[in-house]
Design a protein around this ligand. Structure first.
Ligand SMILES: [Fe+2]
Ligand SMILES: [Fe+2]
Length: 497
């Protein structure tokens, strides 16, 4: 019996020795030796877990001591707690997409002929006329009627501003207001001149005043259609949308580092409620958008630009739905409204095996009941050019320019500065008041609120370019806006370091 127990003990000892040798050898292969105390701990546990997690120490050690093993154990415990918590949250908050395309322009082919423009402007006039309050609409007289009114008669005319000139002494602004029945001069006296100067050409406005007796109107009040303050819709659930624009993938100036840092943030617990990523145009830099563009391109093939876009976007967490509308750098017609980007260009995006929604520019969508007006923002150039007091372009003035569009109830109030496709129905009228008005294009972010509408311009992921430099604009590179759809809070985050 005694002999047998001894031999059994010998076997156990042999096994233990082999196990210890394995531990020492495996650690040695990683260039680390193990202290006798650490060894006696490791032989009692699954030592391979510690072996595989030496990197958690955050430093190179020559000899593994018990305190190192304790540190690895703690790091593993907190890591598993974080994973559990994240999974629990994801399960608890797994939110299904709730996207409604509320209005997307039905784009008809146009030839750009005069009759089409006449029809387009009639549609603009009628649609905006109907956005004025009932009281004003009922009191409005046609231009033909107003022109024959007696001197001193009260007048209210709703029309399109066709021309604006200053009187010779620069004290009075003379506007030509027009409707279907004709046009007439409207004299804006010095006290209202500054208001008049802010009204761009081709806006539909109401002018109140008195008849001059010789076919003119002496203006006492200028009324824009403007938006009415409303109680905003909110999501019932805690869910967020991230808004970006103007990545310009394919350009030499695309800041990939900033974009990757944005993607890394989307993987953190801070971004766990993000369900949507809205891209308001200029995702790619495109080809032939401006003269000699090829000199500023890293990728000179539009299909390759979209391949790179898909590569970058595929790193975004899969549960996030990507919503994408074009801008002036996309391979679609330049005139607004623009159709969604044709599928043959964006097949790499559609092949990512995730939810990607292509939209025209502009369009209205609802995310969990929260209305977004998404517009690339090309007309903002004309607003900066024609509305006094908005220069220089900055995060403060960008939302002010966007407010001018809301007040005019038109996304492209000025005709002739950026191309418009003369559709028989003016899709560029802002007939619905959104909760969030999202634009890009300017490459400078801006956030504000106007009559409870969140105004957001999402800046860019492109660095300074020679063009912007020549315009003396400093882009705000690496910006994204995070919108909480339940609280409607908007936060700008900066990802370029
Ligand atoms: Fe852009
Ligand atoms: Fe743009």
């Amino acid at each position: 019996m005694k002999t047998s127990i001894n031999s059994q003990n010998n076997i156990v000892l042999k096994m233990e020795r082999r196990e210890l040798e394995n531990i020492i050898r495996d650690f040695a292969e990683r260039g680390v030796s193990v202290s006798p105390e650490a060894l006696s701990f490791l032989k009692e546990v699954d030592y391979k877990i510690y072996l595989d997690n030496l990197h958690l120490l955050g430093e190179d050690v020559a000899v593994v001591l018990p305190r190192h093993l304790e540190a690895i154990k703690k790091a593993l415990e907190s890591k598993s707690k974080a994973t559990d918590a994240r999974e629990a949250l994801q399960q608890e908050e797994k939110i299904e997409s709730a996207i409604e395309i509320e209005e997307a322009p039905e784009i008809k082919a146009v030839r750009g002929e005069l009759e089409e423009f006449i029809e387009y402007f009639l549609s603009r006039y009628e649609r905006i006329f109907n956005l004025f309050g009932e009281n004003l609409r009922n009191r409005a007289r046609s231009v033909a009627e107003a022109k024959i009114a007696k001197k001193g008669d009260s007048l209210l005319v709703i029309g399109l501003i066709r021309e604006k000139i200053e009187s010779r002494d620069k004290r009075v602004l003379v506007m030509t207001i027009e409707d279907k029945t004709g046009s007439m001069p409207a004299f804006v006296p010095p006290e209202y001149k500054r208001i008049g100067e802010r009204i761009t050409l081709d806006q539909v406005i109401a002018l109140k005043g008195t008849a001059t007796g010789n076919g003119g109107l002496s203006v006492e009040r200028i009324i824009q259609p403007d938006i009415q303050e409303h109680e905003p819709n909110r999501a019932e659930k805690n869910v967020k949308a991230v808004l970006i624009s103007d990545l310009h993938i394919g350009s030499l100036y695309f800041n990939e580092k900033a974009f990757n840092s944005f993607v890394r943030w989307l993987h953190t617990s801070k971004a766990r409620l993000v369900k949507y990523l809205v891209i308001a145009g200029d995702l790619v830099d495109g080809i032939g958008v401006y003269p000699n563009q090829e000199e500023e391109l890293m990728i000179t093939d539009i299909f390759e630009q979209y391949k790179m876009a898909a590569e970058l976007l595929s790193k975004i967490p899969e549960h996030i739905t990507i919503i994408y509308a074009p801008g002036n750098h996309e391979p679609v017609r330049q005139a607004e409204p623009q159709p969604k980007v044709p599928e043959h260009y964006v097949s790499p995006l559609l092949g990512m095996g995730r939810e990607v929604l292509l939209l025209p520019n502009p369009c209205y969508i609802k995310l969990h009941g929260v209305r977004f007006l998404i517009y690339h923002g090309r007309s903002l150039n004309a607003i900066f050019k024609h509305v006094p007091g908005l220069q220089p372009i900055s995060p403060e003035t960008v939302p002010q320019a966007m407010k001018e569009l809301l007040k005019a109830r038109s996304l492209v109030p000025v005709y002739g500065e950026s191309p418009i496709a003369p559709q028989p129905y003016d899709w560029l009228v802002i007939d619905k008041v959104p909760e969030v008005f999202h634009t890009g294009h300017i490459h400078v972010y801006g956030v504000d609120e106007y009559k409870r509408v969140k105004i957001v311009n999402t800046g860019t992921f492109q660095d300074q370019t020679p063009y912007l430099e020549s315009m003396e604009v400093t882009p705000t590179t690496g910006t994204a806006a995070i919108v909480n759809l339940r609280t409607l809070d908007v936060r700008i985050m900066h990802f370029a370091k």
